[in-house]
Design a protein. Structure first.
Length: 177
């Protein structure tokens, strides 16, 4: 509330408290240090500009991380508009390829399946991908996802179910063709 009223020291306290968690969130999303740092600064700047919009009846961290998530997805949409091609070997790809040792039997097949899943996830619409990301990678429950995205609980369930169906269909097509 003090930061909302213009107290610079209170805002500095917010930055100190949330800068690391925001960076970790962005790094998990981008898997690229420089992008995560840049996005973290962008979120903190948006927070500074729009702190007057914060509703104290709601969770501050949920509000802040909603801003962070929207910022991350805005960046992703911006990249998609620039028609960046999907390249699993890129260092800044959000889904890292696992370290598979040559001694593991069928290593090539495993990597191929992992790439297929990564491509299927990348092909999902953003509103499905964000729910999948929060549910499986961030291990958030339906209610936490609902609060973070600002959507009804049943919408979260529906989007997750539809995302699973699309993933199954995409992977089934991949392995039957």
């Amino acid at each position: 509330m003090r930061a909302k009223q213009g107290d610079a020291d209170a805002f500095r306290d917010i930055v100190r408290r949330y800068q690391r968690p925001l960076f970790r969130f962005m790094y998990d999303f981008t898997n690229h240090r420089e992008d995560a740092e840049e996005l973290t600064q962008e979120v903190l700047l948006k927070l500074y500009r729009h702190i007057h919009r914060y509703d104290p009846k709601k969770s501050f961290s949920a509000w802040l991380f909603t801003i962070a998530q929207h910022t991350a997805y805005d960046r992703l949409r911006e990249r998609q508009r620039k028609k960046e091609s999907f390249d699993i070997d890129r260092a800044d790809h959000p889904l890292p390829v696992p370290d598979v040792r040559p001694a593991i039997q069928d290593a090539g097949e495993r990597i191929g399946k992992y790439i297929d899943v990564a491509q299927a996830l990348h092909a999902l619409p953003l509103h499905y991908r964000d729910v999948v990301h929060l549910y499986y990678w961030k291990e958030r429950n339906y209610r936490e996802i609902s609060e973070a995205l600002g959507i009804p609980l049943n919408t979260v369930k529906t989007r997750l179910k539809r995302a699973k169906i699309r993933l199954r269909q995409a992977l089934a097509e991949e392995y039957t063709s």
